[in-house]
Design a protein around this ligand. Structure first.
Ligand code: GLU
Ligand code: MG
Length: 450
């Protein structure tokens, strides 16, 4: 361990790193940070730096919710930098990055720590013989405030258009270089459908790693966009009249004999375990929504016919189905599932922790796969296809009623998360929809533009 720390310190120091930003993501999905000098990193890894548990009582606007069980002045935790996660942030300016996990000073990992939950679920899934492999897509818009304070597009050009790429080529070049410098393994970049909207997708990997990449990518995108004098909004719905920003999650599950979504005798090459996975995840999806789409405005994005897939069905290559199976084919690409009802305001550690708990539950017994949805569910007779939760309140209630997730999370994480969801629901209760959208259209800037 000491040798490992020493060799990492050497690598960072040789690259000109002088300080490390240690981040973690709270219940509201905000990325919080403490910075340590490189010379203090071994201490930050072994003992951590102070962080009050009250930070999980922050609402998405930064206000501490008085009714939250963690809204108290006493107690302290230690945020420990995870050596394995260490990577560059902006090496030219001397910055590296590490993911942190919070520990109780006497009794081990903090029971409500989001990243530790993800780590624990990864280990439990592995103990049952399964491994999740997943990757995010991340969408954002590049905007500036207009005279009325609402986001305005800055880069013209059409959906998926090379015209928009060329209009923003300096931006794209700077961004992709900065992502490489920050050791973010991006796979693909493109102008998206919406005005001034872009998307980046990442290489698939284990849960902790892809969550770390998503967080670092968000920081790098924010940073590079500001260097151009613009803002990057990752809000699920930056403007009411625009399509939303998605954070789609692609996933597959493997056991010792290989992947379970291909190479079987079932329909589309599914193995029996693959069928159980789809059936089981579909059933549990409503409670995952509170983590996948955690903002009140997330539900303005999750509307039919916008490729956000708000229906509780699965389909083969069906972009309106909550679970989209992309089967393996002659081109040699592996089969996987896509969950589109995820947006970039998710706390990826909570989402992937909960997802892994649900994968384990789905695979605990054989299940009958319901029929695949063909065509747009919105066009089904009498709108008979079941919708996913259509408000944060419905998603919160599904999470509250999910005893499987409650057991996996433990009472402090599950309960304090419900307090945070209640705080968000309460915060917007009297707010017209326009104000809800405008209130978080500069996310991740907590509190909006100063
Ligand atoms: N922007 C769409 C969303 O909100 C997704 C478009 C696509 O990539 O399919 O999820
Ligand atoms: Mg997209």
């Amino acid at each position: 361990m000491v040798a490992a720390v020493d060799s990492v310190l050497e690598r960072l120091s040789a690259a000109g790193v002088r300080q490390v930003a240690v981040t973690w993501d709270n219940h509201a999905g905000e990325t919080l940070v403490k910075v340590v000098p490189l010379r203090h990193l071994p201490e930050a890894i072994a003992k951590g730096v102070g962080f009050s548990p009250v930070s999980d009582a922050f609402r998405s606007d930064g206000v501490i919710d008085g009714a939250h069980r963690l809204a108290r002045p006493d107690g302290d935790l230690r945020l420990r930098a995870d050596l394995e996660s260490l990577a560059m942030l902006e090496p030219q300016l001397g910055w590296a990055w590490a993911a942190g996990e919070r520990w109780d000073r006497n009794s081990g990992p903090y029971a409500a720590d989001q990243r530790h939950f993800c780590r624990r679920m990864e280990a439990e899934l592995a103990a049952s013989g399964w491994r999740l492999r997943a990757g995010f897509e991340l969408e954002w818009v590049v905007v500036v405030p207009g005279a009325d304070g609402t986001p305005q597009a800055v880069l013209p050009g059409g959906p998926y258009g090379a015209d928009r790429l060329i209009e923003g080529l300096d931006y794209a070049s700077a961004l992709l270089k900065a992502l490489d410098d920050a050791e973010v393994p991006w796979l693909q970049f493109h102008p998206e459908y919406g005005p001034s909207q872009f998307e980046l997708s990442f290489a698939p990997d284990r849960s902790l790693t892809i969550a770390d990449h998503l967080i670092r990518a968000r920081l790098v995108i924010q940073r590079v966009t500001r260097r151009f004098g613009w803002y990057s909004s990752f809000s699920a719905k930056p403007r009411l009249d625009w399509v939303g920003n998605g954070g789609h999650l692609h996933l597959s599950v493997l056991h010792d004999e290989g992947p379970i979504l291909q190479g079987g005798q079932g329909s589309y090459g599914l193995k029996p375990e693959g069928e159980a996975l789809i059936a089981g995840l579909l059933e549990q999806l409503p409670s995952l929504m509170a983590l996948a789409s955690p903002s009140p405005v997330s539900y303005l994005r999750l509307v039919p016919s916008s490729w956000s897939a708000p229906f509780q069905v699965w389909g083969v290559e069906n972009r309106e189905a909550a679970l989209r199976l992309v089967p393996s084919a002659a081109d040699g690409c592996d089969a996987h599932l896509e969950i589109k009802a995820v947006d970039p305001t998710t706390n990826p550690y909570l989402l992937l922790g909960a997802l892994q708990a649900q994968v384990k539950e789905a695979l605990a017994r054989p299940r009958v796969l319901p029929p695949a949805q063909i065509g747009d569910p919105a066009g089904a007779p009498g709108f008979s296809v079941r919708r996913l939760p259509s408000s944060l309140l419905e998603a919160r209630d599904a999470l509250a009623a999910d005893h499987g997730l409650e057991a996996a999370m433990g009472p402090l994480l599950h309960g304090s998360l419900l307090d945070s969801l209640d705080a968000e629901i309460q915060r917007v209760q009297q707010l017209p929809v326009e104000d809800q959208v405008n209130g978080c259209c500069w996310w991740p800037l907590v509190g909006g533009l100063a």
